[in-house]
Ligand binder design. Structure first.
Ligand SMILES: [Zn+2]
Ligand SMILES: [Zn+2]
Length: 339
């Protein structure tokens, strides 16, 4: 529910205060909105939700040099400690003492937010703000494929949620031989087709046979798995080529999956499990890709299907729950009209 809270105060010299411009609704937020088993176990209430987006700096702490009032910034969901062994090895995105914005600490669905400078990512002038606002989930997608060379490969993106759609748009810029995306939702098949992607609904055709025909018997070399569907992962292991690579960004309902490990070994497969975004290589490269225009804004606009004022966040959730949405953004009172 929407509630008045006091404006947060800037007290720490390394912090900045932002006014929020955009935020995205993510799958995690849907778990919290539905108050499902995971959310009840992990979210302490009262709690401010939301972890994706973009803000403009309105105040900086005394020790903040790299950022100035007026800068537009996106931010990392994973607030790392800088002190643990994992951070020492620069794997900040899986820090052992990590705080997660909108999960273990208050999120960004409020007009003003205070945040440590170390998780901010500056947005260069000239990039439309709504595209800079999707960098967090877009970065998930970018990170997922950063482990594989896609050039000349037959690539399958499994799953048609916003991350899957971003995965496919990014993969296309990396010169695969052939690229397919799978999903089972009519609305998202339309989004994929509007982005000139080759969409296959595995509930309607035999996926393995279809891919064999479409690749002229070559098969699939790389799978980017974003569906969170156990069956899709297992089918991927079954259909992927020898020495293939499966990069997984999604989470699964079950903690333990029964995977055909020996079959994977005999195929010499690589299973790369992915979470978050590398700080800051993923951010820099993902932002450069958006800035370069290599992925047309026209296509990003197809994936960003809805924008609601944040007071109407419930409409955003309802739209997502119908299964007809791509990425849903929320605006704030400071969001400019044209951007
Ligand atoms: Zn998210
Ligand atoms: Zn750490």
């Amino acid at each position: 529910m929407l509630q008045e809270v006091p404006e947060p105060k800037l007290t720490h010299p390394h912090d900045v205060k932002l006014k929020m411009i955009y935020s995205g609704i993510c799958g995690t937020d849907v778990h919290i909105y539905n108050s499902d088993e995971w959310a009840r176990a992990n979210i302490k209430t009262p709690h401010i939700n939301g972890h994706e987006g973009l803000g403009q700096i309105v105040e900086v702490g005394q020790k903040v040099k790299r950022f100035q009032i007026g800068d537009y910034v996106s931010f990392e969901t994973h607030i790392y400690c800088e002190k643990c062994r994992i951070c020492e090895l620069k794997n900040y995105h899986v820090c052992r003492n990590m705080e997660v914005l909108g999960v273990t600490r208050d999120g960004v669905w409020s007009e003003f937010v205070v945040m440590p400078k170390r998780v901010l990512f500056k947005i260069d002038k000239g990039v439309p703000l709504r595209y800079a606002a999707i960098l967090e989930p877009f970065g998930n997608a970018y990170h997922t494929q950063s482990y594989s060379n896609l050039k000349g490969k037959n690539v399958l993106v499994s799953g048609d949620g916003p991350i899957g759609l971003f995965c496919a748009l990014i993969a296309r810029t990396r010169h695969p031989k052939r690229l397919f995306i799978t999903g089972i939702t009519a609305a998202r098949s339309k989004i994929a087709k509007a982005c000139d992607l080759h969409y296959i609904d595995p509930s309607k055709v035999n996926l393995k046979k279809r891919l064999e025909v479409l690749t002229k018997g070559e098969g699939i070399d790389v799978i980017l798995e974003s569906s969170g569907n156990e069956h899709a992962l297992k089918q991927g292991i079954d259909l992927i080529n020898e020495c293939g690579e499966i990069n997984v960004i999604s989470l699964y309902k079950k903690e333990q999956l029964d995977l055909r490990l020996n079959a994977m070994i005999f195929k010499n497969l690589r299973l790369q499990l992915v979470t978050g975004r590398k700080m800051w290589t993923t951010w820099n490269e993902a932002f450069a890709l958006i800035k370069s225009g290599k992925i047309s804004y026209k296509f990003l606009d197809k994936v960003i299907t809805h924008t609601f004022p944040f007071e109407s966040f419930e409409r955003g959730f309802e739209t997502i729950l119908t299964g007809n949405a791509g990425k849903v953004l929320l605006t704030f009172s400071s969001t400019p009209e044209q951007n």
